[in-house]
Design a protein around this ligand. Structure first.
Ligand code: FE
Ligand code: FE
Length: 168
């Protein structure tokens, strides 16, 4: 976005800007997940993060596909929101000595990330439909479904095991 000119003039421009935002965010998440895998102790949590790293690479590919379908170059734009969520995740986890408590913190941080992605994809899908691009909406919906499923799995893992161990 230019500082002296208003670059976003239409809903279509806003759609492309937000696509660039989630593209950048997904790339930052791809970079952050290996560190979270390393920090996790619970084998199920480790495996879950690993699986989501694979899914995240697929999310990036799908976003690139949507750029292509929409006829614009795939490009990211700084997203201070995801930078902040990931920075906070890193800071909190760096302050925790107990491995079980750390697992609970990692789940909380990961869910903050998933919810950020869900809000962006939800918005993008609504705008794509409004712009007559239900084809783009369908591709974005595939990402949204995987983020939602990941969020649910994390809740289940936290409530069935990780939180209990953290409270011991
Ligand atoms: Fe994602
Ligand atoms: Fe995700």
């Amino acid at each position: 976005m230019g500082f002296f000119s208003k670059d976003i003039k239409s809903l279509d421009d806003l759609f492309v800007h937000t696509l660039r935002d989630i593209y950048y965010a997904e790339q930052q998440i791809e970079k952050a997940l290996p560190k979270m895998i390393e920090k996790a102790t619970d084998p199920q949590l480790k495996a879950g993060f690993q699986e989501h790293l694979t899914q995240t690479k697929g999310h990036i590919a799908r976003v690139e596909k949507v750029f292509e379908m929409h006829g614009v170059k795939a490009k990211g734009v700084d997203c201070p929101a995801i930078d902040g969520i990931l920075k906070e995740a890193d800071e909190v986890s760096g302050d925790i000595a107990d491995k079980q408590v750390l697992d609970a913190a990692l789940i909380a941080s990961a869910q903050a990330v998933e919810h950020y992605e869900m809000t962006r994809y939800g918005t993008l899908i609504a705008w794509a439909k409004q712009l007559g691009r239900s084809d783009c909406a369908s591709v974005l919906m595939e990402n949204l479904k995987e983020e939602e499923a990941t969020d649910k799995k994390l809740s289940q893992l936290a409530e069935s095991k990780v939180n209990l161990k953290a409270a011991e």
